[in-house]
Design a protein around this ligand. Structure first.
Ligand code: 5GP
Length: 135
């Protein structure tokens, strides 16, 4: 059975897309730790990120870098933190989170509750920065 992220990539389940190329898809985490919290996933369904081929893992990070630059442009922050957990959804994904301090990366922190309009605003700001950037 397809993972929830494959169903998102296929458009069967809606998502707030921020960037896409032929191999990877980036969209807002539905339970964000901060405005701009984004997930980067490979379109090929692989559970564990370290089961990706070397080339695919490298390309995923290059794609994630382009998304991180767009996040930082749209949501000024000290850095964009990167984390891989993957215990909830068995489809490899990188979390990109705008942070001001180390504790902004603690996954047990309370999540933001954004309205649909706010999610759309966040996704639009990042995707516009991404489309305007140098990929
Ligand atoms: P992890 O597998 O890295 O522990 O956590 C999975 C992440 O995916 C969580 O941060 C969760 O909020 C996010 N997530 C789970 N299901 C969905 C979904 O259907 N849509 C979106 N946008 N994010 C999801």
């Amino acid at each position: 059975m397809a993972t929830i992220f494959s169903r998102i990539i296929a458009g069967e389940i809606p998502s707030y897309k921020v960037a896409e190329n032929d191999k990877f898809y980036a969209f807002l985490d539905i339970n964000p730790l901060a405005k701009g919290h984004t997930l980067v996933v490979p379109k090929r369904e692989v559970d564990y990120i370290f089961d990706l081929d070397d080339d695919e893992l490298a390309a995923m990070h290059v794609f994630a870098k382009s998304v991180a630059l767009a996040i930082q442009q749209a949501f000024p922050c000290k850095k964009v933190g990167e984390a891989v957990i993957g215990l909830e959804v068995p489809h490899a994904h990188i979390h990109l989170i705008p942070i001001q301090k180390e504790s902004d990366m603690i996954f047990s922190n309370p999540k933001l509750k954004l309205t649909n309009e706010e999610f759309v605003e966040v996704a639009t700001a990042i995707s516009q920065a991404w489309e305007g950037g140098d990929k």
